[in-house]
Design a protein around this ligand. Structure first.
Ligand code: ADP
Ligand code: TRP
Length: 321
């Protein structure tokens, strides 16, 4: 089984990215063929400073390596180092109806936020389909916000296969309920672009500020609290097993609980969870050339797979003559 997923180097990586994608990818690499990449072509739709994109790409690579992506067990690379994907994007554009792209929630949301629409933003799902189909992925672990993009990928693959024969594997989304939508500190979906994140590798002071800002309701201390509607409970739960979650629930239901105490505990829980990785990360940050070498090797491996697929596609559509 081939597992593949990507993440945009468009800002600091956060708990939503970690639980929905990064942590699961790292677990998958133990017994699956894993393809993991940083989608810098996609990030061009929002990051308009070259310097920033370079910096964020290296930082995201350090995050993944620190958390345990093992370049010997998996293929880990930067999307733009395998430019074949842009050729496939063009080919797939011709199997992509306008109506399909016009219905994309993520495109409509970005317009609603005032981002000026351009072709890159509109064609984003076609590039994502190319990312997935170019490597013959069977399964794609993502958060719920990517569900529609995966449906579009499947749709594009099926249309292409109907026209040209069974070239592409139609991939399955992998979106477990427990991590499908991690809330941010304001209760909306946690997202780099909403300024509501809890980051994986910030300074302790920043972590403290982010956790202390999690929204809570105004239930008086002497009354029981409702864990099911509490953002703080939802975020804390990500770090707990079934027993721990039940214990926290019981504390919520017992009068006297102070949200500020729970928040202080959560700061330690998050800090301690990432401490071993933070130390690992420093060793990569100090040696960017080592990281570049790892990514270059990953790109070579990815490119070999991509070239094979692209050859079949070029043959099927008649680009070779
Ligand atoms: P962001 O919205 O912060 O820019 P990305 O679009 O780069 O994040 O997402 C990378 C991966 O992390 C995707 O699989 C996405 O579904 C997942 N993800 C991002 N935020 C969340 C969240 N709040 N809850 C669950 N999954 C998330
Ligand atoms: N669109 C995805 C996101 O914003 C990132 C992405 C690009 C991706 N290509 C992909 C995810 C291929 C999975 C597979 O999160």
């Amino acid at each position: 089984m081939r597992i593949l997923s990507g993440i945009q180097p468009s800002g600091q990586l956060h708990l939503g990215n970690y639980f929905a994608m990064m942590k699961r990818m790292i677990e998958y690499q133990e017994d699956h063929e894993l393809f993991c990449f940083l989608v810098n072509y996609h990030a061009l739709t929002t990051v308009t400073s070259g310097e920033l994109l370079r910096k964020q790409t290296l930082e995201a690579a350090c995050d993944f390596l620190a958390l345990g992506i093992d370049p010997d067990k998996s293929i880990f690379w930067v999307q733009g180092d395998v430019p074949e994907v842009t050729e496939l994007t063009w080919i797939l554009s011709n199997s992509t109806p306008m109506g399909l792209l016009e219905r994309a929630h993520s495109y409509k949301d970005k317009l609603a936020k005032g981002i000026a629409p351009n072709h890159g933003l509109f064609a984003y799902p076609v590039l994502m389909a190319a990312d997935i189909l170019l490597y013959g992925a069977d399964r794609v672990p993502v958060g719920k916000d990517q569900k529609q993009h995966l449906e579009m990928t499947r749709d594009i693959a099926i249309r292409f296969n109907q026209a040209y024969g069974e070239i592409f594997i139609v991939p399955e989304p992998d979106i477990p309920d427990s991590v499908a939508m991690v809330p941010g500190i304001d209760g909306q979906k946690m997202s780099k672009s909403y300024g509501n994140t809890i980051d994986l590798f910030s300074e302790r002071g920043t972590l403290k500020k982010q956790v202390m800002s999690i929204v809570t309701d105004a239930t008086p201390i002497e009354e029981p609290k409702n864990p099911d509607k509490c953002v703080l409970f939802a975020i804390y739960s990500l770090f707990l097993d079934e027993k721990g979650r039940q214990e926290l629930k019981d504390r919520y239901l017992t009068p006297g609980l102070k949200y500020s105490i729970v928040k202080k505990e959560l700061i330690d829980v998050i800090w301690n969870h990432f401490t071993p990785y933070r130390e690992n990360r420093a060793s990569y940050v100090e040696n960017p050339d080592r990281v570049r070498r790892i990514l270059a090797k990953g790109a070579d491996k990815a490119r070999a797979v991509a070239a094979d697929y692209l050859r079949k596609v070029r043959q099927a559509v008649g680009l070779n003559y």
